[in-house]
Write a protein that binds this ligand. Sequence first.
Ligand code: B12
Length: 212
Amino acid sequence: MASLFEQLARAVIDGNNKVTPQLVSQAFQEGISAEDVLNKGLLAGMEEVGRLFKAEEYYVPEVLLSARAMRAAMEVLRPALVKSGVEPKGRVALGTVKGDLHDIGKDLVGMMLEGGGYQVKDLGRDVAPRDFVEAALSGEVQVVGLSALLTTTMENMRATIKALEESGAREKVKVIVGGAPVTEAYAEEIGADGYGEDAVSALEKVKELIGA
Ligand code: B12
């Protein structure tokens, strides 16, 4: 019998949006932490989906089914990651950059930040530089987070930071970046204030940058 983590990963790989959330609930009943459910189950499955896609064993429709299963599971995870009713420690605008439709990682970062006591303004995906600028100029957020999953759209992080600089909004906010192809060195190169390799480090980075 496969372990619950293996079953979770398998359900994501199979794109089963009924069984995946059920398994998350079962894991909670068995006392497994949200972090383990995420890392050892769901993300392990997503990694395999990426491998299958690269090997051309999976195509976009299969990947979309897996993404849908992952989303269904995240809804069950959400209450465990997100606390509510407390005065926010700060506000963060999050978006996936222009041309990029990957938003699962961004949403996980958002949930983790909310769980850490920050309020998140979700700008969505395929977000144009001017929309990040608008969020920064609104004065409502202290941090702007950019996500990119494609090597081609990563460059739009640079363009977004440039647009923030040109509009004068750059001084008003800290900028953090992340997403699978992004590195600490790239973050530095494009002038971001911070990089987070996963949702937990995103939260740590925000705490560090705004000191709350
Ligand atoms: C799901 C998926 C899709 C789904 C997305 C659905 C959705 N709503 O998000 C769909 C089917 C739409 C898709 C489409 C495409 N995809 Co795709 N996709 C994936 C896949 C399998 C998983 C991505 C994912 O959700 N991972 C799980 C999340 C939790 O991880 P994450 O995003 O990395 O986020 C974590 C960290 O990076 C970090 N993080 C993320 N954002 C941020 C932001 C900040 C501020 C911080 C601090 C941290 C942070 O924290 C997160 C949580 O820990 C990956 C392969 C992979 N294993 O990564 C390919 C992958 C990203 N896709 C790829 C490709 C090529 C495409 C397409 C071009 C395919 C095509 N031919 O059409 C299109 C592009 C569409 C577009 N314009 O964006 C390639 C990219 C190659 C490259 N290097 O550029 C990958 C790597 C697959 C592969 N192995 O080839 N895809």
